[in-house]
Ligand binder design. Sequence first.
Ligand code: GRF
Length: 223
Amino acid sequence: MTAATPIVVLASGRGSNFDAIVAAIRADKLNAEICAVISDKADAAVLAKAKAVGIPAIALPVSEKQKSLGLADRRKSYDETLIKAIKVFSPRFLVMAGYMRVASSVLIESFRSVRGYTRIINIHPSLLPSFPGTNSYAQAYAHGAKITGVTVHLVEVDVDSGPICAQEAFSIADCKSAAEVEMRGLEVEHRLYPATLSWLLAERFELETRVQDKIRRLSVRPR
Ligand code: GRF
């Protein structure tokens, strides 16, 4: 058995995806070690969950000084502090699980591999590039979409635009509320995220560059 891949989880909220990752590791379905959970929200439920299973849990809220900065400087300054906190644990990958901050290029470049991809992974609750940003399940419901889905992707500077690694679609044609869409989506997330992490963290994938309208994009698929 190869050594477990060390990861740091970044999360801002309740941490149901964190739970799913922990469960997959315990069930030997995911060869990873969560070295720490870091949250920008001091009261995030995910921190208590991490502590309860003996994983270092770090609250790292935006400081008053950072709040006084303009948006770009604030993101950069926060990420510089975050990088210092992360590096203590020497993770190979950062795994975002309901992390509500936009990553700046400082953070992204500090996890760039020599092959060009970033070792930062995110799960997004829609079939990207549809419904980027926040409240994607609610957006899909409000638009009357008949299907939506979940995307696991690598993180790049443009929000929700990095290389797509895995997607799963599901029907919402019969959903009566955004909450119902979310419930269905979370079930998919909790299965798809650990399954995708199992080959992503082992770096068992092929990369291909695709160009359209002069925009170059990396595409990732399992080997
Ligand atoms: C999930 O829907 C995830 O896709 C999105 O934020 C939500 C986080 O849920 N990015 P949780 O904190 O993992 O329960």
